[in-house]
Design a protein around this ligand. Structure first.
Ligand code: NDP
Length: 281
């Protein structure tokens, strides 16, 4: 009994040590942040989180009228600066133009937050290769371009790249083949970049946030009534990503079950696949 109590105590102490909350909200005051895909959903909430913490934010997406409103709200919430720039991440020129705008306007960059995604439908694979190519451009290749364009400024500021990724970049599920392919590509590329940054002792941190289902309008439109998976709030997901980036974590998981799924993913493939297939209608 005593041995068990000691083991529990040691376990609790280790858990408290590893999960201690060292997030310093003040560290983001004045931070120069570029958030992509910030007109709606998690990106919009990310912009509001940074704004509340007194950061200087540049937001980007395609729709100018919506960006204008989000930027205005950011200013009301306390952003030291709240600017927007329109950009279409399906083009090859806009990613570097957007980064240049942010660096010029903010006088450098501390955080590049890669979040945008193109439209896709929740449906069985139809054979449309053109759509996969287009989605790769928006969801993956533009991330690579944005990161490449921002790295020199981030090296100077000892800044951070924060990648908003998905559990579907770790585990495959039905009805999302093109999207899943882009997220696997994102995870693969940025995990490799993490190694290379570490091997050359770069001061740039790279955080990959793995998210489960979040209740954004676009996600709910796709999956409502078609899955048993419970969605989590976008505001909470955004705060999680902001904290993980600020703590310079390599990988972060939201909500809790995403980490568990990644840990047990390959233990029992048969049961994993049965559970996955039974999670969708
Ligand atoms: P939304 O669909 O709500 O938002 C997508 C954003 O990307 C919008 O701001 C949109 O603005 C912008 N966008 C779309 N196409 C382009 C383009 N061609 N060029 C530039 N910007 C574009 O996405 P979510 O908030 O749901 O997801 C955000 C991130 O979170 C994504 O990386 C996603 O993979 C990840 N995630 C989301 C989950 C969820 O359940 N919601 C689960 C797991 C991960 P505009 O139309 O104005 O261009």
């Amino acid at each position: 009994m005593k041995v068990l109590a000691k083991m529990l105590l040691v376990g609790a102490t280790l858990a408290a040590f590893f999960w201690r909350d060292s997030f310093d909200a003040g560290s983001l005051r004045g931070a120069r942040v570029l958030v992509t895909g910030a007109s709606t959903g998690i990106g919009e909430q990310l912009a509001y989180c940074y704004a509340r913490l007194g950061a200087q934010v540049v937001i980007t997406a395609r729709r100018e009228n919506v960006l204008q409103q989000v930027a205005r709200r950011c200013a009301q919430l306390g952003a030291q600066k709240a600017l927007y720039v329109t950009g279409d991440m399906a083009t090859t020129s806009d990613p570097s133009r957007v980064v240049k705008f942010a660096v010029d306007e903010l006088g450098g960059l501390d955080y590049l937050v890669l979040n945008h995604i193109g439209r896709y439908s929740f449906s069985p694979w139809s054979g449309d290769v053109h759509h996969v190519r287009g989605l790769m451009e928006v969801n993956f290749l533009s991330y690579v371009q944005l990161a490449s364009a921002a790295l020199p400024s981030l090296e100077k500021s000892k800044g951070s790249i924060v990648v908003v990724s998905s559990l579907l970049g770790k585990v495959s599920t039905p009805f999302t083949a093109p999207y899943t392919a882009t997220k696997f590509a994102v995870n693969g590329f940025f995990c490799t970049l993490q190694h290379e940054l570490a091997m050359r002792s770069s001061d740039v941190s790279l955080t990959i946030s793995i998210l489960g289902l979040v209740d954004t309008e676009s996600a709910m439109e796709k999956v409502s009534g078609r899955t048993r998976v419970v969605p989590y709030p976008a505001g909470e997901a955004a705060l999680h990503v902001v904290r993980a980036g600020s703590l310079r974590q390599k990988e972060s998981f939201y909500p809790w079950y995403t980490h568990l799924v990644c840990l047990v993913r390959d233990w029992c493939p048969f049961f994993r696949d049965v559970i996955i297939r039974n999670s969708y209608y």
